[in-house]
Design a protein around this ligand. Structure first.
Ligand code: DON
Length: 568
């Protein structure tokens, strides 16, 4: 009895949620793990989730709320939220129609295949990550304006207003975020002529208010002129001036030409569920589809969560999927990616023909190999569902935490360093250790390959799950684990998201495992099968919504970060 009470108290404490009144005066609930009936927003920052819920409560739909969240994240979560970057969105409408919006950045017109190489053909310093040359042409504003004009129901001014308020009036920094700004202080001061709003005289403390007046002005231009408020006029001029200052190459023409694009969702079935996710230029959807296809014939649920047998199978599937990514994936507007063939069930069965259930297959025997770097970077995912059955899963990024750390002078936003997602030198690993091939070589106007994997899952035609994650190469394997945790291990969504994770990406030939997530006996078994194991800090950060059998919505905002759900 005592034990039960203790557990109850613990549950109440850990899932603590608050009733809050928004602008519209309708109360809403906020917390990590909440259940509500009418609408739900889960994002990386409490302010952005509040922006989304306020828009839903004003009568907006999931698209209105998603656009409000994306724009609010650009203010309150500059680590990855952005208007200077890009991303992918999966939309499910209440009638079951699914669409994918690709607002990924593009290489500028003046970009060249070998622009980051020195005279000897070697990668020259950190040009593709730390300089003005690192930025692709931003896609977020075009994407948000486009999706809103087609599917939003409120006036655009209403969905951008929360972001303007946050930038103008400021917001109190959560402690972790104050620390994250402080950690990046040197990059901000070193790479900008005028100190941006992200740096102040002393170090930031939790509760300090961050105001961004330049960004507020940029957002107001977007409020007034839509995409033109960013891709032409003063904002465009400020971007081009910034480029000139730092030898960057994004031109007025690049900005004018930029266009987001709708793509056919990549759809697959797994057991009794149907998934819709993103096709190239993200490789994430293909990897997720391949992993599901490669494990479906095995009863991983019966084998047990994190049993050596199940981890071994998943890792072997991951090796094969990542080996394929390296060879075939790139921007489908430039190269033909054999998506159908790569996700074909027969092919996936063949791919696992050399799977040995007792031994690790060395990566060198899966395909040729090369070493890699580490990863501690930020992207961010938000999930939204409304009471009409519309849902949005969107992942967005500047690539690195705070992108290139270069802030457009006078415009107040950070530029991405997404160019590093190209194969800067085909055959050499990028900062996520991903080795790219020719399909992902730099070409003017081309989109760089991504791993982002926002996903919407249905069961018997009804909305079931909205999910996604940051984490570079670990994104698709993270999303995959959340799905099998729910489907095969019957976890509720918050358990599925908080559960420990592991990752293999073919090269290097090792399993990365979150510290203390797999017991030592199982680790020993895996080592005996021939796996090399490395423990690392957290993998991914999932923001998800599950629709319960009674129609209510349950949130999971990952314990890894200051993710927050708001619902009503
Ligand atoms: O598009 C991509 O795959 C990368 N630019 C994403 C970077 C990322 O997820 C960093 N994350 N934590």
């Amino acid at each position: 009895m005592k034990h039960t009470i203790k557990i109850l108290v613990l549950i109440i404490l850990t899932s603590a949620c608050r009733q809050i009144h928004s602008d519209s005066k309708i109360p809403f609930t906020e917390g990590r793990e909440i259940v509500t009936k009418n609408g739900m927003v889960v994002s990386a920052h409490p302010e952005a989730s509040r922006a989304g819920i306020s828009v839903l409560q004003k009568g907006g739909n999931a698209v209105d709320a998603a656009v409000a969240v994306q724009l609010a994240l650009a203010v309150c979560y500059p680590e990855a939220g952005n208007i200077g970057g890009g991303g992918f969105m999966v939309l499910r409408q209440s009638d079951g129609t699914k669409r994918v919006l690709d607002f990924r950045e593009k290489a500028p017109i003046a970009a060249k295949r070998d622009m980051y190489l020195d005279g000897d053909g070697n990668i020259a310093g950190k040009l593709s990550t730390d300089t003005h040359l690192a930025s692709g042409v931003p896609g977020t504003v075009d994407g948000m304006v486009r999706i809103h004009s087609l599917y939003g129901s409120l006036d655009f001014r209403d969905v951008i207003q929360p972001a303007i308020n946050l930038a103008e009036k400021g917001f109190p920094l959560p402690e972790d975020q104050a620390a994250s700004l402080n950690r990046n202080r040197e990059n901000f001061t070193g790479r900008n002529r005028i100190l941006p709003a992200f740096v102040k005289d002393s170090l930031w403390k939790g509760g300090d208010v961050l105001r961004q007046p330049d960004l507020a002005k940029t957002m107001k231009r977007i409020r007034k002129h839509g995409r033109k408020g960013f891709y032409s006029g003063l904002t465009a001029q400020l971007i081009v001036n910034e480029m000139k200052r730092g030898n960057g190459i994004i031109s007025e023409k690049d900005l004018e030409n930029y266009s987001s694009v709708f793509r056919e969702p990549l759809q697959t079935d797994y057991r009794n569920y149907s998934l819709s996710t993103v096709p190239p230029p993200s490789g994430g959807g293909i990897i997720l589809t391949q992993l599901l296809g490669m494990v479906e014939s095995s009863p991983v649920g019966e084998w047990g969560f994190h049993s050596a047998k199940a981890v071994h199978l998943v890792v072997e599937a991951e090796k094969r999927a990542f080996a394929d990514r390296s060879g075939y994936s790139g921007d489908p507007d430039f190269v033909s990616v054999p998506v159908k063939e790569l996700t074909d069930r027969k092919y996936l069965r063949l791919r696992m023909n050399d799977f040995d259930e007792k031994r690790a297959t060395p990566s060198s025997a899966v395909f040729g190999g090369d070493p890699l770097a580490d990863e501690n970077e930020q992207t961010t995912h938000y999930s939204v569902a409304d009471r009409y059955g519309n849902a949005v899963a969107a992942t967005t990024t500047l690539n690195n935490t705070f992108g290139s750390s270069i802030v457009v002078e006078g415009a107040g936003f950070i530029l991405n360093n997404e160019m590093d997602d190209f194969s800067v030198k085909p055959g050499e690993p990028n900062m996520y250790g991903l080795t790219g091939g020719d399909a992902n070589a730099i070409e003017p106007g081309k989109r760089m390959l991504s791993s982002m994997t926002p996903v919407i899952v249905e069961k018997e035609g009804k909305l079931f799950l909205v999910a996604g994650s940051p984490g570079g190469a670990t994104i698709p394997t993270t999303v995959f684990q959340v799905i099998i945790n729910v489907v095969d291990y019957r976890m509720k969504i918050s358990e599925a998201v908080d559960a420990g994770r592991f990752h293999h990406q073919w090269l290097p030939d090792q399993i990365s495992i979150e510290a203390n997530s797999i017991d030592s006996l199982t680790l020993m078994e895996l080592k005996n099968m021939g796996h090399e194991i490395r423990t690392r800090s957290s993998i991914g950060s999932v923001n998800a919504i599950q629709i319960l059998p009674d129609g209510r919505m349950a949130s999971a905002s990952d314990k890894r970060g200051f993710n927050t759900a708001c619902g009503y």
